[in-house]
Design a protein around this ligand. Structure first.
Ligand code: FES
Length: 399
């Protein structure tokens, strides 16, 4: 057995050694080069490639999917420094940044292509016109081949996790909520993901089912994908009639499955009710929550006494007042800030990602209980997510 050599010195010798150490170090510093050599470690390069702050893209192709629905193929804009698409997991979204009449706004859009396409240098996002929508109409009217677009790194947790999820995903899609499942189905078909997908796609009729040709093709070519159409307004031989009920979920699901849901808010409420007593473990349930609440006044607990009042939001940063803006209890603080030309970080716009986090220094806001995803410590110490906070009195916000 080897013995460790330990040198024990007196306290006085330690002081002498320490004194010498300083002069040695001073010598090394004097001889050092002027500029500090910056090492770029491989791990840092990988992190930057996977999580860029911004990706500068160009719209390279526009595909009309249905009336009021278009897909946009985005490719990296090397002239602005983006040379590749950050890789993503099927089900993730890009936060798209657009400037409309001086207001900088962001909106999350699911990537509808397979992650494998990102490696070839393209993302596809699909945009559906929303009535009175601030951004969707702008994109559909203005974006054309050659339009420059800034997007975030891929974000979101609406993804298959092999260690946590069951081997089969039962996906419930409503309307344009099909897009993350389209990405997942392609990822399963091309071998990027190793899972089975039972897709229950609810819409009014066959003509309202987006991407049905591609879905049918994927189902045809891959035995891990099963698509079931559920039409509420049309009786078709090879489709279910009505809504995606518990009965339909049980009819097509294996004993053990993960439940993924994406679509309008009404669908979430309906599916939550239908599946409440099915005994599905919480870890197997995923709701894609991105997007702001369309009508907060209809929510439980909404403070109706604040309706019609003009509310002032004073914005502070590092002790300085940045701006004072007028807002209303019917609009999220994030939207009010953006309308005033103030841009703060944002992603999901549904209180999940935490990117827009700010501190409520004074005043009060309404936070819908069902959308309050803050950490307990944040809630306790006055932090809020402005995308899910509606001011009810004059407030001071620290960002
Ligand atoms: S934008 Fe994600 S929490 Fe507000």
């Amino acid at each position: 057995m080897s013995k460790a050599r330990v040198t024990v010195r007196s306290g006085f010798k330690d002081v002498l050694a320490f004194g010498k150490l300083i002069s040695v170090r001073k010598g090394i510093i004097a001889q050092a080069a002027e500029a500090v050599p910056v090492k770029d470690f491989a791990v840092n390069k990988t992190a930057r490639a996977l999580h860029p702050e911004v990706q500068h893209m160009t719209v390279s192709r526009v595909v009309s999917v249905a009336p009021g629905v278009k897909s946009y193929v985005l490719t990296p804009d090397a002239s602005l420094g983006t040379t590749q698409c950050a890789y993503f997991r099927a089900g993730q979204y890009l936060s798209v940044r657009v400037s409309i009449n001086g207001a900088i706004v962001t909106r999350p859009y699911s990537i509808s292509s397979s992650p494998a396409r990102a490696l070839d240098g393209e993302y596809i996002i699909t945009v559906k016109r929303i009535q009175d929508g601030f951004v969707s109409g702008y994109i559909l009217d203005k974006w054309r081949p050659g339009t420059k677009v800034d997007v975030s790194a891929p974000e979101g947790n609406f993804c298959y996790e092999p260690l946590r999820d069951a081997k089969t995903i039962v996906g419930v899609a409503g309307g344009s909520g099909i897009t993350p499942f389209l990405s997942l189905a392609q990822a399963i078909a091309d071998g990027t993901e190793n899972a089975r997908l039972v897709l229950l796609y609810g819409c009014r009729s066959r003509k309202d089912a987006l991407f049905s040709d591609l879905l049918d093709e994927l189902q045809e070519s891959c035995d891990k994908i099963h698509v079931v159409y559920v039409f509420s307004d049309e009786k078709v031989a090879d489709a279910e009639r009505g809504f995606v009920t518990r009965k339909i979920i049980e009819k097509y699901s294996p004993e053990k499955f993960s439940l993924f849901v994406c679509g309008p808010a009404a669908l979430y409420k309906f599916i939550a009710g239908e599946t409440a007593d099915m005994g599905i473990e919480q870890k197997y349930i995923r709701y894609e929550m991105f997007g702001e609440i369309k009508n907060p006044t209809a929510l439980r607990g909404f403070p109706t006494e604040a309706l019609g009042k003009s509310i002032t939001c004073t914005l502070m940063h590092r002790g300085e007042t940045l701006a004072s803006i007028t807002c209303s209890c019917e609009e999220s603080l994030l939207t009010s800030l953006e309308r005033s030309g103030i841009e703060i970080p944002s992603g999901c716009r549904s209180g999940e990602c935490g990117l827009c986090r700010a501190r409520l220094f004074s005043g009060s806001v309404f936070i819908p209980r069902e959308a309050d995803k803050r950490r307990l410590a944040d809630a306790r110490y006055g932090y809020i997510h402005p995308c899910m906070a509606y001011p009810t009195k004059d407030i001071t916000l620290i960002i």
